[in-house]
Design a protein around this ligand. Structure first.
Ligand code: KG4
Ligand code: ZN
Length: 372
């Protein structure tokens, strides 16, 4: 449990090192927040392991953990050097403590603990999803509260974000995440993992109407998502395709079906959000790797415009996993005095809204508790 530090530092400028190792990117960044001033990203280093996992068609946890061990030292050193910030100028160290591949999470979290011990700095254990939740605030004027669509390779959920650490989950996927659907359908079309960006390129100029795909949950009540039927149907069609034109059309159809579902469920969340928020608080934020997709962004932008919402999306570099979003979440926690003890453990599962996850687990709880 985070504990309340006795010296919250509202008003002061805070410089925080953030470390991210929950999946297949070893990342570190230095971020500074100051009252009344825009967030400064002083450095952001992201070292991708994609080439090491590509032959296996997905992320191999053991390979990921070993690669994080090998590169974490140089990635953190480069982040500090790029930022031209000495270790003594840091106010704290933030590291992803879950959810994710626990071997990798342990590498970054242990490294952060070592730094905190050596430099006598406070540690902030950050939920990776909270990093995505604040990512738009790295570059945009995105005051709290806002409605958040978090769409990545491992997660797909709609949340009301009232402030740092204050989340209410409105909906979540009942099977696969949207990024997983992009990756699996792309894989069936012969694209290398992670296939989302390549599928978007393939789909350019394709005819999305050529292949009708299942319209799961479309128009249904609630804000939950489902992508497994679409994924299976598209992958099956992919097997029978002969020409590049057909592959292009299927990619376009899958992309448009995913974007349509994301916008449809978000429209329902907009209705719920409006019940308890003022017109001035109409802000829709999208975050996570899938937020890099142009068709998804356009669908959400249209929705936001039609409902009078400001639409905020981080630049592509902050959509996919990075250290800056972890540093910012850490800085915002530090500013209100929330820090963690050095015996905090890595958590493979860690829902942002624990109560919603307990009441309506989207993944059965299992021994380790609700997943997301
Ligand atoms: O947020 P992220 O880097 O990692 C997780 O926390 O999961 O998201 C990675 C996911 C992958 O599934 C990847 O295929 C997808 O984001 N992605 C995209 C695009 N760029 C990344 N999906 C569709 N279109 C894109 N341009
Ligand atoms: Zn992520």
């Amino acid at each position: 449990m985070p504990r309340l530090n006795h010296s919250p530092r509202p008003g002061a400028s805070l410089t925080v090192l953030g470390i991210e190792t929950s999946c297949d990117e070893t990342a570190a960044a230095v971020v500074r927040i100051s009252q009344g001033a825009p967030t400064e990203v002083l450095s952001s280093v992201v070292l991708s392991q994609i080439d090491e996992h590509a032959p296996f068609g997905g992320v191999v946890p053991e390979i990921a953990a070993r690669a994080h061990v090998q590169t974490i030292g140089s990635v953190v050193t480069k982040a500090l050097r790029d930022a031209e910030v000495g270790a003594v100028e840091l106010d704290g160290v933030a590291a992803t403590a879950g959810p994710g591949l626990v071997g990798g999470v342990m590498v970054g979290l242990s490294f952060a603990k070592g730094l905190c011990l050596a430099l006598d700095l406070p540690l902030v254990a950050v939920n990776h999803l909270e990093g995505h939740a604040v990512s738009a605030r790295l570059s945009e004027d995105a005051p709290y509260p806002f409605l958040l669509l978090l769409v990545s390779g491992g997660h797909c959920q709609l949340l009301e974000v009232a402030g740092i650490g204050a989340y209410r989950r409105l909906g979540s996927t009942i099977d696969d995440a949207a990024g997983e659907a992009f990756d699996k359908i792309g894989g069936a079309l012969g694209l290398a993992y992670p296939a989302g960006p390549a599928l978007e390129r393939l789909a350019a100029g394709g005819n999305p109407a050529r292949f009708p795909l299942p319209r799961a949950l479309l128009g249904r009540a609630g804000c939950d998502f489902s992508f497994s039927g679409l994924k299976t149907a598209a992958a099956r069609i992919a097997e029978s395709l002969a020409s590049d034109a057909e592959r292009r059309d299927l990619a376009a159809a899958a992309q448009s079906a995913i974007a349509r579902q994301l916008a449809d469920r978000t429209a329902r969340a907009v209705d719920i959000y409006l019940l308890s928020h003022t017109p001035e608080q109409r802000r829709l934020v999208v975050a996570g790797g899938v937020a890099a997709n142009g068709v998804v962004r356009a669908a959400l932008q249209d929705l936001a415009t039609s409902r009078g919402f400001t639409f905020l999306a981080p630049p592509l570099a902050y959509c996919t996993d990075n250290g800056a979003m972890i540093a910012l979440a850490g800085a915002e926690r530090l500013a209100v005095g929330l820090i963690d003890d050095l015996d905090v453990v890595a958590r493979p599962r860690w829902p942002l809204d624990a109560e919603a996850a307990r009441l309506a687990p989207t993944h059965l709880p299992g021994r380790k508790g609700a997943k997301a």
